[in-house]
Design a protein around this ligand. Structure first.
Ligand code: PLP
Length: 366
């Protein structure tokens, strides 16, 4: 069976975990130093979900506030703001399944307290346009899938007030579970230092600035554990290779499937000149759900595992209760039903990719 996903082991993860246990080496600091070209204030946290929750706390989101996000996203994007009592305003997506900027513009009211773009598959939203639309409304970038992706030479997650990256096992670079919180709005740093440390000034205490720490604000336990940081450092050291390989596989799919794209059997993402992606995902869109589900079964018989993706949040039980989809659902529901993700990981061999492309062609009698 060709697996849809498979976690890549860079090689030194276990060595570094032993090192931190036996010698107390600070891999948290090593990782943050490694990420220095992000030019942002970085916190390593236990998940991207945590990073999103911290963002909502940092912006003092509360009941009566509205937060705009695409309906086509993971539940954590919604939960983070729902936990603070906000009303979730869902909007439509574009061809790349990124938030529709025209819809965002129309959805803004005087209750809007944050806008949360999701860079789907690590392909950037048009951030300059979004920043212009948002004016003074804070932007939290859900760049969960976007590590090392760029928009016009700027890393995803560094353009909004806060950016959130996931290091979950299913993402390009991982710490098994983990997240990177990028604080770009410097006025939020001190506040977030406390939120992350259970609402205390423990970070000031660790720096030697105070001789004991105490409860100062609302907060929780959000930091990444030392074992996860050690694992992460092993991965980060190989990050250039990991991203290059993924882009190579992505391009191989795109070239190989060109004939089917030209003949309109399938559609794929449209990557603008402004966007340098990280090869996180390769999806195709079929004519409709019936064709998609037939293809899934066909490929399964050929020992190829594929995956659909999100149920739009506004169609889910909870989403209906706590959110509202504003304006037309042109793409979200329809495209969620016809989207299919193909295997993309470093344990995939060239002959596997060629085999997958051949079988998809065979499905269309091409
Ligand atoms: C993976 C993902 C998350 C959650 O990340 P965790 O690190 O597992 O908490 C949130 N949003 C999006 C868009 C994701 O893909």
């Amino acid at each position: 069976m060709i697996k849809f996903n498979s976690s890549y082991i860079a090689g030194k993860e276990i060595e570094y975990i032993s090192d931190t246990i036996l010698n107390g080496t600070d891999y948290n600091k090593k990782c943050i130093d490694f990420l220095s070209d992000y030019n942002s204030h970085i916190f390593l946290v236990h998940s991207c979900t945590a990073a999103l929750e911290i963002s909502a706390l940092a912006l003092d989101i509360s009941s009566g506030d509205e937060v705009i996000m695409p309906s086509y996203t993971y539940v954590s994007t919604g939960n983070a703001f729902l936990l603070r009592g906000a009303k979730i305003i869902f909007v439509d997506v574009d061809q790349n399944m990124n938030i529709d900027l025209e819809a965002v513009k129309n959805a803004i009211t005087d209750k809007t307290k944050a806008i949360v773009p999701v860079h789907y598959g690590g392909i950037s939203c048009d951030m300059d346009k979004l920043l212009e639309i948002a004016k003074n409304i804070p932007i939290i970038e859900d760049a969960a899938q976007g590590i090392y992706s760029k928009y016009k030479n700027r890393y995803l997650g560094t353009m909004g007030n806060i950016g959130c990256i996931s290091l979950h096992e299913t993402k390009n670079i991982n710490s098994k579970n983990g997240g990177i919180l990028l604080v770009n709005d410097k006025s939020l740093i001190k506040k977030i230092e406390k939120i992350i440390e259970k609402g205390t000034d423990r970070i000031e205490y660790l720096k030697g600035n105070v001789n004991k720490y105490s409860w100062k604000s609302i907060g929780s336990s959000y930091s990444m554990s030392s074992l996860n940081s050690a694992y992460l450092y092993g991965q980060l050291e190989k990050s250039s290779y990991i991203v290059e390989e993924r882009i190579r596989i992505f391009n191989k799919y795109k070239e190989g499937l060109n004939k089917l794209i030209d003949k309109n059997f399938i559609e794929v993402m449209n990557i603008s000149k402004c966007s340098t992606h990280n090869g996180h995902m390769f999806f195709i869109k079929l004519k409709n759900e019936i064709v998609r589900d037939d293809l899934i079964k066909f490929l399964e018989k050929k020992e190829i595992q594929t995956a659909t993706h999100y149920e739009p949040l506004h169609n889910s039980k909870k989403g209906k209760e706590v959110g509202e989809f504003v304006f037309d659902d042109v793409r979200t529901t329809k495209d969620a039903k016809r989207l299919l993700r193909l295997p993309l990981h470093l344990n995939l061999k060239d002959k596997d990719i060629e085999y997958i492309i051949k079988r998809i062609e065979e499905f269309f009698h091409e």
